[in-house]
Ligand binder design. Structure first.
Ligand code: SER
Length: 313
């Protein structure tokens, strides 16, 4: 049997785009999608699997000869603040369980980090690759733990663990669900459906954002890169573009003139956004594995509006 690739959290925001991309690259039968919910389609192998259940996960990895794991299951920042205990169980205990399986079965593993891994004391514009982190959310804390655990498993056990600090990801495929950067996806659907969007962040809140096609390409390029060249394998900064809600709304209004934005600030999510970087310095990723973003604000807006229009026709 050929070696298999396992995607944990396949039905989530990143998994919904990553699974089809991996299947195009490696063939549908080699990519096992898994999540805690029933499958959405039958385009390839699918297993219902809870990543905190180490025994059954290890059995799946052994039986299916899995050699590469993409571990995407996590609670996002705003949802995690509502239930920090459950966030810890999924984001930290879940990651530890999956890393142990990767260690025992010698799998390469990808674990996403985030702009949320930084905090209010971090230099924000741009945020260096190596800097003070000290995040203030349980989600951010879980991401720093993830970065450090991946680096530890790499040096202590030679696990080939790799990761990226993602900006807020923008995709038409799956909704993010409970993040602080959800507005950057919701605004597109609202523009096309009702023409009106109420944003929960201040109009001048500048955050790093990235079109999902760039994010997926970054994952695939990092995982294929020569390991000996990766100085920060467990967590590379990558920058797409930085924008405020007002700039995003203006770019949409240039294409859909009746689209309107209003603001109803949610203090909790505003406080989270205010503690995050405005831009990431991704020069290490550029030097070590040739990272270059392809989608700026304008290209992202064009792609998103086209993709959502296609879904409606
Ligand atoms: N997009 C995520 C969030 O907003 C950040 O990683 O929680």
């Amino acid at each position: 049997m050929e070696q298999q690739i396992l995607v944990i959290g396949a039905l989530g925001q990143i998994g919904s785009d990553l699974v089809p991309a991996l299947r195009r690259l490696y063939g549908a039968s080699r990519v096992i999608a898994s999540d805690v919910k029933p499958a959405r389609d039958d385009e390839g192998p699918y297993v219902m699997q809870d990543c905190t259940d180490g025994a059954s996960l290890a059995e799946l990895v052994r039986r299916s000869r899995v050699k590469v794991i993409y571990h995407l299951a996590a609670m996002l920042s705003a949802t995690a603040e509502k239930d920090p205990q459950q966030a810890w169980r999924l984001n930290v205990d879940g990651l530890y369980t999956v890393l142990e399986v990767a260690r025992i079965h010698q799998c390469q593993i990808f674990v996403p980090s985030s702009i949320a891994a930084f905090g209010p004391e971090t230099p924000r514009d741009p945020t260096p690759q190596i800097t003070i982190q000290r995040p203030t959310t349980i989600y951010g804390i879980s991401k720093v733990i993830g970065e450090l655990l991946c680096a530890y498993y790499a040096t202590r056990y030679n696990v080939d663990a790799r990761g990226l600090r993602f900006p807020g990801l923008i995709s038409a495929t799956a909704p993010p669900g409970g993040g602080t950067t959800d507005y950057a996806v919701e605004i597109f659907h609202a523009a096309l459906e009702t023409g009106a969007y109420t944003c929960y962040l201040r109009p001048d809140t500048r955050l790093p954002l990235m079109y999902m096609a760039d994010g997926i390409r970054a994952i695939l390029e990092l995982m294929a890169a020569d390991r000996s060249r990766l100085r920060y394998a467990s967590a590379y900064n990558i920058q797409g573009f930085s924008a405020t809600p007002a700039e995003l709304a203006a770019a949409i209004a240039r294409r859909i003139p009746h689209a309107q934005i209003t603001y109803d600030i949610q203090p909790d999510r505003q406080a989270i956004a205010d503690s995050w970087p405005r831009a990431l310095d991704d020069s290490a990723a550029r030097e070590d594995w040739g990272w270059r973003p392809q989608y700026d604000l304008e290209a992202t807006v064009d792609e998103m509006l086209n993709a959502i229009r296609c879904q409606h026709t």
